[in-house]
Design a binder for this molecule. Sequence first.
Ligand SMILES: Nc1ncnc2c1ncn2[C@@H]1O[C@H](COP(=O)(O)OP(=O)(O)O)[C@@H](O)[C@H]1O
Ligand SMILES: [Mg+2]
Length: 457
Amino acid sequence: MNSSFFFGKNLLFKTSITKSTFSLENNNLLTKQIRNYSKGKISFYDTALLSKYANQHLKPVSLRQLITYGERPLTREKLLDLTRFSQTELPVRLAKRVVAFHNLPFIVGTNPHVFGVYRLYYEAFERLRVFRLVRNLEEEKVYTKSLLQTIQILSNVIPSIAQGIQECTKYIGKPQKDKFLNDLIWSRIGLRVIGEQQVSLSEQFYEQEDIRNETNLEKKKELGSDIDSAWVGTIHTKLKVAKLFEQSSLFVQNMCELHYGITPEFVIDGDTDIEFSYIPSHLEYMSLEILKNAFRASVEWAIKSQKNGNGSVSEYMFDGSGLKFGDRNKIQPIQITVTKGAGSVCIRIRDCGGGIQPETLARIFEYSFSTYHGDENSHAADDANSSHHGGISLTSNLMMQNGAGGPIAGLGFGIPMTKVYAEYFGGSLDIISVIGHGCDVFLKLPSIDYNVGNLQI
Ligand SMILES: Nc1ncnc2c1ncn2[C@@H]1O[C@H](COP(=O)(O)OP(=O)(O)O)[C@@H](O)[C@H]1O
Ligand SMILES: [Mg+2]
């Protein structure tokens, strides 16, 4: 495992957990699976066995316990213990999710996207529950392989469920929709934290064993130097916040350029050396969602201001010759400021994208709420060959299938999901809008070792 670089475990970068999880190939497979499932025959109500599992109480595990399992040296006993815990706990959690799908209005359940995701959860439950508790490392390997496959299959269901729920808005009340999605996302985080911790610790254990068994001293040294002890399973104990935001910003810049043909610059300031303990993939998800909003708002506000020929942005920013490809200097940069508090980190993402109107601001934490309507400003819209899929541009749609951070906008999941991710470990997400100017987004996150070790997952 290449763990010398903290992005090693994340969506944008390579890792044995996520390398294939987010590959285009895999997500095409997922899309295919969802399509096939939507034609499938499974009934929503033919699963008596489910209630046996779904009615069991959860056995919450504390983050501290998960970290303890991963402390080096990793032992066979600790690995088998964690595996058994994951074996008993994950089917119960999956069964509860499947039952939550059953409780949706019938017509919502027949939506192909919703149905497809339901099937993936159902199959994941079936796949994991059949294993008997592992007794040795051979059995552990087989189970962990299946768990990894399950994590990969479930990794990219959000765009599908978002699409499905969006299509069914008129058949489901807002409170029921919000509760269903909040529970789904909240529990999904728990499932993934437990599952991914198990998979990564297993990986780390075998790496450690390879080194221990290596007789060639040179090779042994080389393998040992590859180990980054800052990783404890999926948790990185020295996560460089500014570096992560830089990588995410570069990624969103590319996305923005592809989508609109232009993109703003960004600056990162404050205490750019800050390191803290967090799950990088969680921070990466949050950073991408906040940045996509900031970049989108900046470009759209600039285009709008220019079209209207009024507003401070156009007067201040443009020379009157119009925005062209490569005009990134003419849009105000996104400013990312990183600071450290007592046991926590605060990141402010500031844009000059015109702010949020009060009627929109009141709804931004709602699932499926979006002001993105198709792609009138998009680069792809200029392309005579571009086609559209349910109001989402082809470019975005491909990105959505690619799993590379989802589309630039339109799902209406970015803010509500980022809030759930932030709050999961006791952090917060706040948004301040200055109408006619821009937004400040504050992400406050406690370092997961000090503050929330007792937090139950
Ligand atoms: N920085 C921002 N500036 C202006 N509007 C924003 C900003 N962030 C979010 N919004 C508004 O909040 C809405 C919801 O955001 P989000 O949940 O990320 O969904 P989406 O990006 O898919 O629309 C956006 O459609 C946009 O109208
Ligand atoms: Mg968004």
